[in-house]
Design a protein around this ligand. Sequence first.
Ligand SMILES: Nc1ncnc2c1ncn2[C@@H]1O[C@H](COP(=O)(O)OP(=O)(O)O)[C@@H](O)[C@H]1O
Ligand SMILES: [Mg+2]
Length: 252
Amino acid sequence: MAEKEDGMHGQTVLEIKDLHVEVEGREILHGVDLTIKCGETHVLFGPNGSGKTTLLMAIMGFPRYRVTRGRIYFAGEDITDLDPHLRAQRGIGIMFQRPPTIRGLALRDMVRLCASRDLDVEAMAEEMNLAEFLQRDVNYGFSGGEIKRSELLQLLAQDPRLVLLDEPESGVDMENLQLVGRAIRKLLQKDRRRTRTKCGLIITHTGYILDYVEADMGHVLCDGKIVCSGNPREQLEGIRKYGFEECARCTR
Ligand SMILES: Nc1ncnc2c1ncn2[C@@H]1O[C@H](COP(=O)(O)OP(=O)(O)O)[C@@H](O)[C@H]1O
Ligand SMILES: [Mg+2]
């Protein structure tokens, strides 16, 4: 197994080429290129409305986010026209910024549906501080932080190869931040030293998540275009000091 996993290193898992995406007839992404290799974690910064969520939703394939130009490849396969559930089956998982409430579906059943194998759902829920939530409808009456934890619980059950996280730390209280950070570290196998096969693309405002998962690469999205790719900690420092306006001007 270890040898097989090692053999996957350096492989391109996600490749996005010249991606243009339209929402409700308006172009939001104007040509995004992005490559994530096996074992890598990338973070995505950008001001509100720059198209970060749109990029993640397009990778997941939601029809509202219409690709008008460019391609998306996952593990070498062109998935640009593939249905979202088939992308999920291929190994792409997403944690929504604002997930829907699902009446009539208990969280316990949802977690089981996400899993491709037998799981100790009770123990997993316990770990996410969600034991009493299992019999409740998915996200129904959950607080912001509880929603984030419920999303993470579903992702841990799915155990996807490519993890897309949309502001995982937003709305999470101090008490649960560490728990969320650790769960993400586990998802991305960052708690392991070698043979990481999981990849991540994480949208973050606070950069808090960088304390839990060393990211390999950071990108700044402004107005539907990636204007900077590089060291995520340096980027975050720059953004904190000078704001996103300087990113557009920076030619470093
Ligand atoms: N479902 C939608 N209908 C109409 N406009 C949308 C929709 N989703 C996103 N947009 C618009 O697309 C732009 C980018 O939004 P979004 O991708 O959510 O940005 P970010 O996540 O960076 O804050 C915004 O101007 C937003 O209003
Ligand atoms: Mg967003």
